[in-house]
Design a protein around this ligand. Structure first.
Ligand code: KG4
Ligand code: ZN
Length: 356
């Protein structure tokens, strides 16, 4: 009887030869337990269990609570994704799992579960970097999208400009020097008394505000570098709130939220479009949780239209953490390389960090 490695290699080469094979994706890097079944870029079924209501009580993600919740939910979430796809585990040909970056205890749950499934069923296992998963969410939305293209990744932990050279080759062009874009949204929202996660709440508040009311700009984001800095902007907003509080004055929070949002989205849009133009690329994609921000989507669309660049952004349901994006990137990984061994370890850092 062949051992696991032999069986997994054989299944991986069968996977590459037939376009009808199904891949199961698993995501547990932060506060969403998610699973999805894909055939290539086609999503057959998904399931997500969000932990947001629990973490909201503490104003942010509590790592130990996240790990426990993933452990409790992962089995039922995988079953739900299979049911939604109308398939069983026997129909699955490969397993993809987020193995970096993220909360180590949370990653460990998904990675251990995926290893168990792969071993029990003799299936190839592929570890996916969460950032590349976010980028792959665009392939689901645009069936014709192919590398090379430039991508602006804005999430809770990252603000990266990444050149996508091929489905599995990435070059880091720019990054955040301090707070990530989503992190800045969350911290500013918190200072305004909004619940976690602050990004979507701040966007709602900004809807009724005047983005020109506060002259919030950062010199750094207007420089030549492709890197970002959002912590000065965050501090400026916090200072406006504190000064008003000390003087007993009221602040128009909608105006302040709208002004902050405009400063962040301007920086992300102008730098990423410049990076695309200066690299001679004609497509710019948006990825990561902040890609759900309508102001950012519209700002990028306008900036791209100005320079004749094609703009891609994921469908709303694939912007924040999900497993369809992990399965989609996993599909391209398995097409391009050998599957991972069962010794695959989770890692708190993205491989892109090594390029910094
Ligand atoms: O990608 P994601 O779901 O998790 C990480 O990989 O970090 O991103 C979550 C981040 C949070 O900071 C959240 O506030 C932000 O994305 N976010 C938004 C919006 N929706 C989610 N930020 C601004 N506007 C939104 N609509
Ligand atoms: Zn994410």
């Amino acid at each position: 009887m062949p051992g696991y490695n032999e069986q997994a290699l054989k299944k991986a080469s069968e996977y590459r030869e037939s376009s009808s094979q199904l891949i199961l994706g698993i995501e547990s890097s932060c506060d969403e337990t998610a699973a999805a079944v894909l055939r290539g870029r086609e999503v057959l079924g998904t399931a997500v269990h969000t932990q947001i209501p629990v973490h909201r009580l503490y104003g942010g993600v509590v790592p130990e609570i996240a790990s426990r919740s993933h452990t409790e939910r992962i089995g039922s979430v995988v079953r739900e994704a299979l049911d939604n796809a109308g398939v069983t585990l026997d129909d699955i040909s490969a397993v993809a799992v987020t193995y970096r970056p993220g909360l180590i205890g949370a990653l460990l749950v998904g990675v251990s579960y995926a290893k168990g499934l792969a071993y029990a069923k003799g299936l190839p296992l592929v570890g996916v970097d969460h950032i590349t998963g976010h980028i792959a969410a665009n392939y689901i939305t645009y069936p014709d999208l192919e590398p090379p293209f430039m991508c602006i990744v804005a999430s809770g932990g990252h603000s990266h400009i990444v050149r996508v050279d091929s489905y599995t080759d990435f070059t880091l062009i720019g990054r955040t020097r301090d707070d990530a874009a989503g992190e800045a949204f969350d911290k500013v929202a918190r200072a305004m008394g909004l619940p976690y996660p602050g990004g979507p709440e701040l966007e709602k508040l900004a809807l009724g505000g005047d983005p020109g009311a506060y002259p919030l700009r950062t010199a750094f984001n207007e420089g030549e570098s492709y890197d970002f800095s959002f912590s000065g902007l965050k501090t400026a907003v916090v200072n406006i709130l504190h000064n008003a509080e000390q003087k007993g004055e009221s602040v128009n929070k909608a105006d302040l939220a709208a002004s902050f949002q405009r400063a962040v989205t301007d920086a992300l849009a102008v730098k990423s479009v410049r990076a695309a133009r200066e690299s001679g690329l004609t497509t710019l994609a948006l990825a990561g949780g902040v890609s759900a921000n309508t102001c950012l989507r519209e700002r990028l669309q306008r900036e791209c239209d100005r320079y004749g660049i094609r703009f891609c952004r994921p469908d709303m349901k694939y912007c924040t953490d999900n497993a369809a994006m992990v399965a989609c990137q996993g599909h391209y990984e398995i097409m391009a390389r050998k599957p991972d061994e069962l010794s695959l370890d989770p890692n708190a850092a993205s491989f892109l960090q090594a390029q910094q």
